[in-house]
Design a protein around this ligand. Structure first.
Ligand code: B12
Length: 216
């Protein structure tokens, strides 16, 4: 199967929520030696489209959930491949990351985690729906170079600022660089977040983390 055809099929599988197709397609792409970062496009494009359809009331939450699971299955295979291809990497620093309280979106965050690991960072993923005080505790305990916060819903994105304030109150804000991300994060959100930087996708996340730590 040609690369573009495979990406198109993966796109359709995720858009329509067919996990029985998405996983074998991702496996096939690895077998054929296609670049996992390119193949990911099929998944992210489909999620973008389904998100818009959901927004306009053309699909229901259950369908959105199927698509999410379908994407996760295929994504897991591709991220394993990304990690495998970057086996011999130098140690660049420690990152603690999580999805903020009230938010359960984790597909994009997991992708950022895999890319950070592949790049040479030690990553402690706190998971989803992480309370502000847990971020603070972990920063105190693990002394990471970077704290990554993910949020995808406008109401939970307000947590960016809360976490920053909580860190400040604990006297830890200047001990760690904070980076935020999520589908709707833009310059405007960044400016009110109290964070040090933001990333628009996993590739940008790596670039921004390197920039924050002054790694050439
Ligand atoms: C899949 C999905 C779900 C799945 C999540 C499954 C999972 N395990 O993650 C399910 C079905 C559970 C879900 C639930 C809900 N969802 Co939803 N969901 C989506 C959808 C379609 C795709 C998100 C996704 O995974 N994208 C693919 C990944 C690869 O992209 P990404 O997440 O943006 O991540 C990239 C970047 O943002 C960045 N990034 C992400 N995190 C971080 C962190 C750092 C530190 C950095 C630097 C970068 C970074 O890098 C990532 C990789 O490139 C989006 C639509 C969209 N346009 O995003 C809606 C969307 C985010 N959901 C939405 C909503 C409203 C909900 C619900 C509230 C629905 C409801 N009524 O219950 C619930 C929320 C539940 C909760 N409490 O969190 C809305 C938010 C709208 C708004 N204005 O706030 C969206 C935008 C859909 C829409 N257009 O209406 N959802």
């Amino acid at each position: 199967m040609e690369k573009e055809e495979l990406i198109k099929k993966l796109y359709t599988a995720v858009r329509d929520g067919f996990i029985e197709d998405s996983v074998p397609l991702a496996e096939k792409s690895v077998e054929l030696g296609y670049d996992p970062l390119e193949v990911l496009r099929g998944i992210t494009d489909a999620l973008k489209e389904i998100g818009e359809a959901f927004n306009e009331g053309r699909v229901f939450l259950t369908e959105l959930m199927y698509c999410g699971e379908t994407a996760k299955g295929a994504m897991a295979i591709l991220t394993e491949e990304i990690k495998r291809q970057n086996k011999e990497v130098p140690y660049l620093g420690r990152v603690v990351i999580g999805t903020v309280a009230g938010d359960i979106h984790d597909i994009g965050k997991s992708l950022v985690v895999s890319m950070l690991v592949a790049e040479g960072f030690e990553v402690i993923d706190l998971g989803i729906d992480v309370p502000d005080e847990v971020f603070v505790e972990k920063v105190r305990e693990l002394e990471p170079d970077i704290l990554g916060l993910s949020a995808l819903v406008t109401t939970t994105m307000l947590k960016f600022k809360d976490v920053s304030i909580a860190l400040d109150e604990a006297g830890l804000r200047d001990k760690v660089k904070v980076i935020i991300g999520g589908a709707l994060v833009n310059m405007e959100w960044f400016e009110t977040s109290g964070a040090d930087s933001f990333g628009t996708d996993a590739i940008d996340a790596i670039a921004k983390v390197r920039e924050l730590l002054d790694i050439k």
